[in-house]
Design a protein around this ligand. Structure first.
Ligand code: GTP
Ligand code: MG
Length: 370
């Protein structure tokens, strides 16, 4: 079978080579853009990115990748996706509660966020902002990393009394690695021991130079409990979003990224997804990771069933065949047969990969026995 370099495949798909390398890394394959991959892997990648595969002939299976880039004239402005990061207890959830006028923190076990909350907030100017609240616990670093993939802007929450802590630094590093712009929210300024200038100074050590220190990272002093600085924070987000000119095509079959998923006792497998383009509708058939399904219900951040969800909207999707993984891409396909075909193909690939890995563990067992 024919082999193709990652770089060439990326070009034909209209994707970034680095994105393919990242995806391959997720599939446990360490390759560079200049290395070749086999046809099967190439096909899998094409599917993962939601492109279509055309088999040219039975004998010679080739990939003719259809350009799946939405034409510029179909693109419409979409809300920014803002991920809140920061050290444990620095007030990420409280800040979101304050912005939304809710009390999510009150219902949390031990006051620690265990799952990613995703919400939309309407600003006074009438703009919509999508927020993702990431768990502050160290064990959730990986989820947070994945969160950065769908993120347009990071709001780094730093408690003014506590200052820069290990997870603050982690968050800075994730943000830099993702190449996402950051806004620093210096929280808890109502506290007598608050020292926001110390936060600004210490950020310099991590090459985060905020506006007040003549840098270009926006910073804002807030108090989640007193409600101070919230409008200013939203304004800064809106300003940053404007610079990014975020757009997506709404009138097409949806593509969405799984933020988190679990098996719900009453409702079955439930995935919280973020629509990246198109509009997800009740009744749509889809593939997500190695699962196929049909959208039984779309539930918004207020727990209400809605008919459809457009770009940047976080929603719960019901009607999955199984529980997908965070980071999986949900792709709407034309019919159930197609959905099953793609899902089965991906399952076979996953099984093949496990089988391919088996001899290694067998060898290890053998060596240990000797
Ligand atoms: P994790 O989800 O565990 O990472 O925490 P978090 O960053 O979401 O912090 P959370 O919002 O749960 O707040 C932690 C504690 O700080 C709570 O007791 C809040 O009431 C308190 N807190 C948050 N913001 C402020 C603030 O602006 N001022 C004061 N005084 N306390 C705050
Ligand atoms: Mg929290």
């Amino acid at each position: 079978p024919e082999a193709i370099t990652v770089g060439e495949l990326a070009k034909r798909m209209g994707e970034k080579g680095a994105d393919l390398v990242k995806e391959l890394f997720n599939l446990d394959m360490m390759v560079t853009v200049n290395q070749t991959i086999d046809q099967d892997t190439a096909e899998l990648l094409v599917e993962q990115f939601g492109h279509n595969i055309t088999r040219v002939s039975e004998a010679d299976v080739d990939i003719a990748v259809e350009e799946d880039v939405d034409p510029a004239e179909t693109l419409k402005p979409r809300p920014p996706v803002v991920t809140i990061m920061g050290h444990v207890d620095h007030g990420k959830t409280s800040l979101l509660d304050a912005l939304r006028g809710t009390k999510v923190t009150k219902g949390e076990a031990g006051g620690i966020t265990q799952h990613i909350g995703s919400y939309q907030v309407k600003t006074k100017g009438g703009d919509t902002v999508t927020f993702l609240d990431t768990p502050g616990h160290a064990a959730f670093t990986e989820m947070r990393q994945r969160g950065a993939n769908v993120t347009d802007i990071v709001v780094l929450v730093v408690a003014a009394d506590d200052g820069i802590m290990p997870q603050t630094i982690e968050a800075i590093n994730h943000t830099k690695a993702a190449g996402v712009p950051m806004i620093v929210a210096i929280n808890k300024i109502d506290k007598p021991e608050a020292n926001p200038d110390n936060v600004r100074n210490r950020l310099l050590e991590h090459e985060v130079i905020v506006e007040k220190m003549s840098g270009d990272v926006q910073d804002v002093e807030v108090s989640a409990t007193e409600g101070t600085g919230l409008d200013e924070l939203l304004e800064k987000i809106a300003l940053q979003a404007e610079l990014l000119e975020l757009k997506a095509r709404p009138d097409r079959d949806a593509e969405a990224t799984v933020i988190e998923a679990q098996l719900d006792k009453g409702r079955g497998p439930v995935a919280t997804v973020l629509v990246t383009r198109g509009t997800l509708k009740r009744g749509d058939t889809f593939v997500v990771g190695t699962e196929s399904g049909r959208v039984r219900a779309v539930v918004n951040d207020a727990g209400k069933q809605i008919k459809e969800a457009g770009p940047s909207m976080p929603v719960e999707v019901l009607g999955l065949g199984g529980v997908p993984s965070a980071g999986d891409v949900l792709t709407v396909v034309e019919n159930e047969a197609r959905a099953r075909e793609v899902a089965q193909y991906r399952q076979e690939k996953a099984t093949e990969k496990r089988t391919a890995l088996a001899p290694t563990s067998f060898d290890t067992m053998f060596n240990q026995a000797n």
